[in-house]
Write a protein that binds this ligand. Structure first.
Ligand SMILES: NC(=O)c1ccc[n+]([C@@H]2O[C@H](COP(=O)([O-])OP(=O)(O)OC[C@H]3O[C@@H](n4cnc5c(N)ncnc54)[C@H](OP(=O)(O)O)[C@@H]3O)[C@@H](O)[C@H]2O)c1
Length: 349
């Protein structure tokens, strides 16, 4: 595994950061060269700084790395790619600083996701939007670049909607979610608030789902993305599961379909070939009456596939289904690494 691209992970001790570390361990294209977190963690060995939640121990190749500070100047010069899993409150300044210094940043944090010159990418859906990087470099004069991963709920939803949009068109979408506690980060939801409870509010989440979905499913027109024109309404709730977001979707199609047409659209949706993190099937259809289920299906395709089931056509154009996906993998670190793998393959790093 000679000549791997050296990468940094910012926010490496958090929940998304840990999944980055796990997925990047032994990666054929990328090698972790720098891990950074808050001042609470900086200066400690990774294995001492992290509250490792993924089972077993942190990978041996990073266990003894000293955690650095989350500062653009602290990132070693031989790093080519920066993965950001920083809280949104600190991400903007750090990511822009890193892009100015010449680093390519692929980020999970929400700032800039809706900026016209910032690609917001789910590789199987809208890889062509990466061309916004040319606009970004021209407008902002950065030597590096910023590419964004979407909100976790949005990533799972849009993968299930894309085959429907392409084949039948969409007029409107209503989505209601049951989201895992890990979606809020390591210190996110106190256990006394969520055990034996459903919380019907997640700050800013519904707006993110509505705005980001239309950008991801939109069309690249020269120097901007024209958002998809369907109407979308979201209700987001927090449920007492650790990982895995479940979403109930009602989609009004633009053209009539039979349930066989709908299943064919999902089953024929193709994955990306030849990339380590790309699942063979981004969308898996569960035909059992009681699937998908959080515990049984969140790890499908290594956490990179979403599972759809409970589908019913109430008329030829009104479809109901449930989609489930892993918020930390497809909804965060896994999708971000897949973006980076595409950039590597296309010589964009
Ligand atoms: N969780 C998900 O499902 C998900 C999905 C999509 C996107 N995201 C986004 O991904 C990002 C990370 O989420 P997460 O769930 O991994 O959060 P998290 O578990 O709270 O982790 C936050 C990370 O950032 C570091 N950090 C916190 N405050 C900092 C500061 N002031 N300066 C420098 N570093 C700081 C923490 O370091 P210490 O350990 O030292 O405190 C930790 O490494 C967020 O922007 C989130 O919105 C999360």
């Amino acid at each position: 595994m000679a000549d791997r691209v050296k990468v940094a992970v910012l926010g490496a001790t958090g929940l998304v950061g840990q999944v980055f570390v796990k997925l990047l361990s032994g990666h054929p294209f990328f090698e972790i060269a720098y891990l950074a977190a808050s001042e609470r963690s900086a200066g400690k060995r990774y294995v001492e700084a992290v509250n490792w939640v993924l089972g077993g121990d942190p990978p041996g190749e990073v266990a003894d790395l000293t955690v650095g500070l989350v500062k653009p100047d602290a990132i070693p010069g031989d790093v080519e790619l920066v993965f950001s899993a920083l809280p949104s409150s600190v991400a903007l300044d750090v990511e822009v600083g890193a892009a100015r210094r010449g680093f390519t940043v692929v980020s999970n944090a929400s700032p800039l996701r809706l900026e016209a010159d910032v690609p917001l990418i789910i590789p199987e859906i809208n890889w062509d939007h990466i061309r916004l990087l040319e606009v970004q470099r021209r407008r902002r004069g950065w030597r590096g670049a910023i590419v964004k991963n979407s909100n976790c709920t949005t990533a799972i939803l849009t993968l299930s909607l894309k085959p429907l949009l392409d084949r039948f068109g969409l007029e409107e979408v209503f989505v209601s979610t049951m989201q895992a506690v890990s979606g809020a980060g390591y210190r996110g939801v106190p256990s006394v608030a969520i055990i034996d409870n459903i919380i019907p509010f997640i700050r800013n989440e519904e707006e993110k789902v509505m705005n980001e979905s239309r950008k991801i499913l939109g069309t690249l027109r020269g120097d901007h993305v024209e958002p998809a024109s369907f109407r979308i309404y979201a209700t987001c709730t927090r449920a007492p599961v650790i990982n895995g977001h479940m979403e109930t979707v009602y989609a009004r199609l633009a053209r009539s379909a039979s349930i066989e047409d709908v299943l064919a659209a999902w089953e024929e949706f193709r994955g990306l070939e030849g990339l380590p993190t790309a699942p063979a099937k981004p969308v898996i259809v569960r035909r059992e009456a009681d699937r998908p289920q959080t515990r049984l299906d969140r790890d499908a395709g290594g956490g990179m596939s979403v599972s759809v089931g409970r589908y019913t056509l109430y008329s030829e154009r009104l479809l109901r289904y449930i989609v489930l996906g892993h918020n930390l993998v497809r909804g965060a670190a896994g999708n971000t690494i897949l973006i980076a793998e595409m950039m590597y393959r296309e010589g964009l790093l």
